[in-house]
Design a binder for this molecule. Structure first.
Ligand SMILES: *[C@@H]1O[C@H](CO)[C@@H](O)[C@H](O)[C@H]1NC(C)=O
Ligand SMILES: *[C@@H]1O[C@H](CO)[C@@H](O)[C@H](O)[C@H]1NC(C)=O
Ligand SMILES: *[C@@H]1O[C@H](CO)[C@@H](O)[C@H](O)[C@H]1NC(C)=O
Ligand SMILES: *[C@@H]1O[C@H](CO)[C@@H](O)[C@H](O)[C@H]1NC(C)=O
Ligand SMILES: *[C@@H]1O[C@H](CO)[C@@H](O)[C@H](O)[C@H]1NC(C)=O
Ligand SMILES: *[C@@H]1O[C@H](CO)[C@@H](O)[C@H](O)[C@H]1NC(C)=O
Ligand SMILES: *[C@@H]1O[C@H](CO)[C@@H](O)[C@H](O)[C@H]1NC(C)=O
Ligand SMILES: *[C@@H]1O[C@H](CO)[C@@H](O)[C@H](O)[C@H]1NC(C)=O
Ligand SMILES: *[C@@H]1O[C@H](CO)[C@@H](O)[C@H](O)[C@H]1NC(C)=O
Ligand SMILES: *[C@@H]1O[C@H](CO)[C@@H](O)[C@H](O)[C@H]1NC(C)=O
Ligand SMILES: *[C@@H]1O[C@H](CO)[C@@H](O)[C@H](O)[C@H]1NC(C)=O
Ligand SMILES: *[C@@H]1O[C@H](CO)[C@@H](O)[C@H](O)[C@H]1NC(C)=O
Length: 837
C-alpha cells in the first residue's frame, strides 16, 4: 500500500510476516527501484508529465464515468500524474507508458484523445463497464504492446488501424459487444502473440492473414457469429519458419467447410476447439502428426467419414471430443498408445463394430462416453480394470452379452440401457447363469427368465452393500463438486488458467537455448520452458508483485500476471551470476528438470542491464520453515502431514542426486516450499551453477550459521551428497521436534541436543508436544524416524546413508499396515485380544 503503483515491474504490496521482513522489503524495494528505473517506471523524481500527455489524460478522465471514485486522485494540474499520485498511471521521463485500471467499475467511453499518449505501451481497462467503441486512434501508438479491454460493454467494430502498432503483443477484446468483421490488418504486427476476440458478435470470415503470423501463439475467436470456412493456409508464411500457434479456439460460431489438413503444419498446437459449428467433410488423417496436441474438440458439427487411424499417434492427447457428428465405421485399435487420454467422448455418432479392448489399457482414463452409436459385441472385460473411470456410458448401442461385473457395480443402469441384448447390469436384466455357454437359448430368454427362489441372505447383504456404496459415491461426488466450486471461486478465473494450462511451450524452437524465446522489453529476453502459463516479457515485468523473502541468491517475489495467474519470481543478485552465455546454457539445463518434489523453473528473463529473473511455480503454502515455526498456537500439524513432507523432500533429493547429478548444497527448511496439498518442493537447487565461485562460497558460509551444515564443511568447503543428507537429517529432526535449527539449545545444535536427550533415554521428550498425543498409536513410527534422522546427521560422512537409502527406510516406516490385515471382514476368525502383561 505504501508504494502502490509506483513502478513496474513489481509493485510492492503489504503482506510481510514481521518487522524483519518489512525492513528487508524496504531495502530491496529501493534496490529494485534503482535498477529498474532506466527500464521502466518513473519514481517521482520531479519530472512533470508532458503537456500533451496531461491534456490527453484529462480528456480520458472526462469521458469516463467514475462510479467508484478511483480517478479522484487525478485532481492536480499534472504534477502528480507521473509521481505516483494518479491512480493507475505509470510514466517514463514525463510520458505515460501504462494505464492500468482494471476492476474499477469505470463506465463511459474511451476517449480518442488516448492516441495522443505517444509513449503508451499498455492499456489495461478490463473488467469495467465501458461502452462505446474501441478508439481508432490506438493505431497511432507506435509503442503499444498490450491492450486489455476484455469483460466490458464495448460496441462497434474493431478498428483496422490497430494493425499499425508494430510492437503489439496482446490484443484482448473478448467478452464485449463488438460487431463487424475481424480486420485482416491485425496480422501486420510481427510481434502479435495473443489475440482474443471471443464472446462478441463478430461476423464475416477468419482472415487468412492470421494463419501466416509466425508469432501468434493464442488465437481465440469462440462464441461469435463467424462464418465461412476455417482458412486452409496455415503455416504458409514466407520461408521455413516454425509457427508458434498453441491454442486455436473457434467454437460456437457458424463456421462451415471442412477441417483443413494444413493445421498439421502447426507443430506447437496444443488445443483445437472447433465444436458447435457447421463443419462437414472428414477429419484429415494428417492431424495425427500433432504430437503436442492435448485437447481436440470437434463436437456438434456434421463431420462424416471414419475415426482417423493416425490418431493413435497423438501421444499427448488428454481430451478427445467427437460427440454429435456423423462419423461411422469401426474405431481402429491402437488407442492404447494414447496413454495420457483422460476423456474420450464419441457420443451420438454412427460408429459400429466392437468397442476396442485397448481402451482398457489407458490406465488414467476417467470419462468414456460411447452412447448413441451402433457399437455391437460385448463390452471388453478390460474396461472393468480402469481404476480411475468415474463416468462411463454405452447406452443406446447394439451391445450384447454380460456387462463386466466391475462395471455394473460401479455404474447404474442408465449407463447401459438401450442395448437389447446386454444383461447383468440391473436386477431386471439378469444373465442366464454361465452366459456364453447357453447358446441354444433364444436371445430373448435372459429377459423373460425369472428367478423364483427367494433372495439368500448373501444376496441381501450384497444388494445393501451396493446401495450403501452408491450413496457413498453420490456423497463423494457432491463433496467433490463443492470443493471444486470453492476452489474455482477462490481462484476467480480458473477457467482461464485451465485453458492456458495447454499453452506451455518447450524446446525445439531454437537448438541453442532449448526454450521458446519471446520478444523482450527494451532489448530484454524472455525464455520459456514448458509450463502451465505463457506470458510475455511485458506481462512479467508489469505484474503486481509482493516480496516473499530473501535468500543468498536473491529476492523472491510472488507475481500476479494480468490474467490473475501467480508465479514466483526470483531476482538474482547483481554481480553474482556467470556471464550470459554460460548462464543461459546452465539455465536451459535447469529448465528441463521436472519432478513432483522439485520446484520447476518455468522461464528466465535477461534484462538489458544484465538483470536476471527466474520464474518458478508459485507455492501457496510458503516455506516449510514458516509453516512449522511461524504458525498460530492453535494450528496443529499432524504426523501424516509431516511424514508426507519428509518423504517428498527425500524423493526430490534422490532425483537430484541420482538422475540429475546435482548436489543441492544449501538444503534448509526455508527452501522447501509447500503446495496446496502441503507436498514439499525443493527450491534453489542447481542455482549454484548459475553463480560465480565467489558467490557460492558465500552461500556455504551463510548456510553454516543456520544449523544445516555438516561439520566437515567447516574444513572442506565442498558440498557432497553426504552433506546434503546431513541437511536432510536436520530437516527431519525439525519436523519431529518442531524446533528450529537456528536457535541453539543449551549451546548445542539441534542434532547434538536430540542426541544428548536420546542418550539419556528421555526419547519422547524430543518430539513436538502435539505429536505426543499420538504416541500410543504411532510411537514406533516416531522412534524409527528419529533413529533414521540421527543416522543422517552422523558426524562422520561415511556413516551417513545415501538419500536413496533414507527414502527406502522412510517408506518402510510409513507402511506398517502390511501386517494389520483386514479387520472388518470375518470377525469370527479374529482371536480374542491377548491379556498377557
Ligand atoms: C487529490 O487527491 C488526493 C488523493 O485522493 C488527495 O490526497 C489530495 O488531497 C487531493 N488534492 C486536492 C488538491 O484536492
Ligand atoms: C463476461 O463478462 C461478465 C462481466 O462483465 C462476466 O460476468 C462473464 O462471466 C464474462 N463471460 C465470460 C465468458 O468470460
Ligand atoms: C497491413 O495489412 C493490410 C491488410 O492486410 C495491408 O494491405 C497492408 O499493406 C499492411 N501494412 C503493412 C505496413 O504491412
Ligand atoms: C448472429 O447473427 C444472427 C443473425 O444473423 C443473430 O440473430 C444472432 O443474435 C447473432 N449472434 C450473436 C452471438 O451475435
Ligand atoms: C526449407 O527446408 C527444407 C529442408 O528442411 C529445404 O530443403 C528448403 O530449401 C527450405 N526452404 C527455404 C525457403 O528455406
Ligand atoms: C460426407 O458427406 C458428403 C456430403 O455431405 C459426401 O459427399 C461424402 O461422400 C461423405 N463422405 C463420407 C466418407 O461419407
Ligand atoms: C504414426 O507415426 C509414425 C512415425 O511418424 C508413422 O510411421 C506412422 O505411419 C503413423 N501411424 C499412423 C497410423 O498414421
Ligand atoms: C503425459 O503426461 C505426463 C504428466 O502430465 C507428462 O509428463 C508426459 O510428458 C505426457 N506424455 C506425453 C507423450 O505428452
Ligand atoms: C448410419 O449408418 C447407416 C448404415 O450403417 C446408415 O444407413 C444411416 O443412414 C447412418 N446414419 C446417419 C445419421 O448417418
Ligand atoms: C494391453 O493389455 C493387454 C492385456 O490386457 C496386454 O497384453 C497388452 O500388452 C497391453 N498393451 C499395451 C500397449 O500395454
Ligand atoms: C488415478 O487418479 C489418481 C488421483 O487423481 C492419480 O493419482 C492416479 O495417478 C490415477 N491413476 C492412473 C493409473 O492414472
Ligand atoms: C479468451 O477470452 C475469454 C473471455 O474473456 C476467456 O474465457 C478465455 O479464457 C480467453 N482465452 C485465452 C486462450 O486466453
Amino acid at each position: 500500500m505504501f508504494m502502490e503503483n509506483k513502478f513496474c515491474p513489481f509493485q510492492i504490496m503489504h503482506g510481510f510476516n514481521n518487522l524483519f521482513m518489512f525492513m528487508y522489503a524496504l531495502l530491496f524495494v529501493q534496490l529494485l527501484a534503482l535498477t529498474y528505473q532506466p527500464v521502466l517506471g518513473q519514481q517521482g523524481d520531479g519530472v512533470v508529465v508532458t503537456k500533451s500527455d496531461y491534456q490527453a489524460l484529462r480528456a480520458f478522465k472526462r469521458e469516463l464515468i467514475d462510479f467508484n471514485g478511483v480517478l479522484r486522485s487525478w485532481n492536480d494540474s499534472g504534477y502528480g500524474a507521473c509521481s505516483g499520485g494518479w491512480a493507475g498511471i505509470k510514466c517514463v521521463k514525463g510520458q505515460v507508458i501504462a494505464i492500468q485500471l482494471p476492476w474499477k467499475r469505470l463506465g463511459g467511453r474511451i476517449s480518442e484523445k488516448i492516441g495522443q499518449l505517444q509513449a503508451l505501451r499498455k492499456l489495461s481497462l478490463h473488467d469495467n463497464v465501458l461502452a462505446g467503441p474501441v478508439p481508432w486512434s490506438l493505431g497511432f501508438l507506435r509503442n503499444l504492446r498490450g491492450v486489455y479491454l476484455f469483460h466490458n460493454r464495448l460496441s462497434g467494430s474493431i478498428p483496422p488501424s490497430i494493425g499499425n502498432c508494430p510492437l503489439l503483443q496482446t490484443l484482448d477484446l473478448s467478452n464485449n459487444s463488438l460487431t463487424g468483421t475481424i480486420p485482416s490488418s491485425l496480422a501486420n504486427s510481427t510481434k502479435l502473440f495473443r489475440l482474443n476476440l471471443s464472446f462478441n458478435s463478430l461476423s464475416g470470415t477468419i482472415p487468412p492473414s492470421l494463419t501466416k503470423s509466425p508469432s501468434l501463439t493464442i488465437l481465440a475467436l469462440q462464441h461469435n457469429n463467424l462464418s465461412g470456412s476455417v482458412p486452409s493456409t496455415w503455416g504458409t508464411g514466407a520461408g521455413n519458419r516454425s509457427y508458434l500457434l498453441a491454442i486455436l479456439t473457434l467454437d460456437h460460431n457458424l463456421i462451415s467447410g471442412t477441417i483443413p489438413s494444413s493445421l498439421s503444419k502447426l507443430g506447437f498446437l496444443e488445443e483445437i476447439s472447433v465444436n458447435n459449428n457447421q463443419i462437414t467433410g472428414t477429419i484429415p488423417n494428417e492431424l495425427g502428426g500433432l504430437t503436442r496436441l492435448q485437447k481436440l474438440d470437434l463436437s456438434n458439427n456434421a463431420i462424416n467419414g471414419s475415426f482417423p487411424s493416425s490418431f493413435s499417434n497423438l501421444s499427448s492427447l488428454v481430451s478427445l471430443n467427437l460427440e454429435g457428428n456423423r462419423l461411422d465405421n469401426h474405431i481402429p485399435e491402437g488407442l492404447d498408445r494414447l496413454q495420457n487420454l483422460s476423456v474420450l467422448n464419441l457420443r451420438k455418432n454412427n460408429f459400429s463394430g466392437h468397442i476396442p479392448a485397448s481402451i482398457g489399457n489407458i490406465s488414467g482414463i476417467y470419462q468414456v462416453d460411447l452412447s448413441e452409436n451402433k457399437f455391437s459385441g460385448e463390452i471388453p472385460a478390460s474396461l472393468g480394470s480402469l481404476a480411475n473411470l468415474t463416468s462411463f456410458n454405452v447406452s443406446h448401442n447394439n451391445l450384447s452379452g454380460p456387462v463386466p461385473s466391475l462395471l455394473s457395480k460401479k455404474f447404474n443402469s442408465s449407463s447401459f440401457v438401450g442395448n437389447l441384448q446386454l444383461c447383468g447390469y440391473s436386477t431386471s436384466t439378469p444373465c442366464s447363469s454361465p452366459p456364453p455357454q447357453i447358446l441354444p437359448s433364444p436371445p430373448t430368454r435372459p429377459l423373460k427368465k425369472k428367478h423364483h427362489h427367494k433372495l439368500s441372505t448373501k444376496d441381501i447383504i450384497l444388494i445393501a452393500a451396493g446401495a450403501l456404496l452408491a450413496v457413498l459415491l453420490l456423497l463423494c461426488c457432491i463433496l467433490l463438486v463443492c470443493l471444486v466450486r470453492k476452489r474455482s471461486a477462490s481462484k476467480g478465473k480458473n477457467d482461464k488458467t485451465v485453458k492456458q494450462a495447454a499453452a506451455g511451450s518447450t524446446d525445439k524452437a531454437a537448438p541453442a537455448t532449448t526454450g521458446v524465446e519471446y520478444g523482450g522489453e527494451a532489448g530484454g529476453k524472455l525464455v520459456h520452458f514448458d509450463g502451465p502459463f505463457v506470458f510475455t516479457a511485458d506481462d512479467l515485468l508489469c505484474a503486481t508483485a509482493e516480496i516473499m523473502g530473501k535468500s543468498t541468491y536473491g529476492t523472491a517475489y510472488k507475481a500476479t500476471l494480468e490474467e490473475g495467474n501467480q508465479v514466483a519470481v526470483k531476482r538474482l543478485r547483481e554481480k553474482t551470476t556467470k556471464g550470459q552465455k554460460e548462464f543461459e546454457t546452465e539455465a536451459a539445463a535447469l529448465g528441463k528438470i521436472r519432478h513432483p518434489n522439485l520446484l520447476a523453473l518455468r522461464a528466465y528473463y535477461l534484462g538489458p542491464k544484465g538483470e536476471k529473473l527466474l520464474v518458478f511455480d508459485y507455492m501457496p503454502n510458503g516455506s516449510l520453515a514458516s509453516f512449522l515455526h511461524a504458525r498460530g498456537p492453535e494450528t496443529i500439524i499432524d504426523w501424516p502431514t509431516r511424514m508426507n513432507i519428509a518423504i517428498g523432500v527425500t524423493r526430490g533429493l534422490c532425483h537430484l542426486h541420482n538422475q540429475e547429478n546435482i548436489i543441492h548444497g544449501n538444503l534448509t527448511s526455508s527452501n522447501i516450499l509447500l503446495d496446496e496439498q502441503t507436498n514439499g518442493h525443493i527450491a534453489d537447487f542447481g542455482l549454484s551453477r548459475l553463480m560465480t565461485a565467489a558467490a557460492n562460497t558465500n552461500v556455504i558460509a551463510t548456510a553454516g550459521t543456520l544449523g544445516y551444515n555438516a561439520p566437515e564443511l567447516s574444513k572442506a568447503k565442498k558440498s557432497t551428497t553426504k552433506t546434503d543428507v546431513y541437511s536432510l537429517g536436520v530437516i527431519i529432526l525439525e519436523l519431529l521436534t518442531g524446533k528450529s535449527p537456528g536457535e541453539p539449545m543449551n549451546g548445542m545444535d539441534l542434532p547434538q541436543w536430540v542426541a544428548s536427550i536420546v542418550k539419556e533415554e528421555w526419547t519422547n521428550e524430543v518430539f513436538d508436544l502435539e505429536l505426543m498425543r499420538d504416541v500410543p498409536t504411532i510411537g514406533d513410527v516416531l522412534l524409527n524416524t528419529l533413529k533414521l534422522s540421527l543416522h543422517c546427521v552422523d558426524p562422520s560422512p561415511a556413516a551417513r546413508p545415501e538419500a536413496q537409502q533414507v527414502l527406502h527406510q522412510l517408506e518402510e516406516i510409513q507402511q506398517p499396515e502390511a501386517n494389520v490385515g483386514s479387520a472388518e471382514e470375518g470377525t469370527e476368525e479374529v482371536p480374542p485380544p491377548s491379556t498377557t502383561d
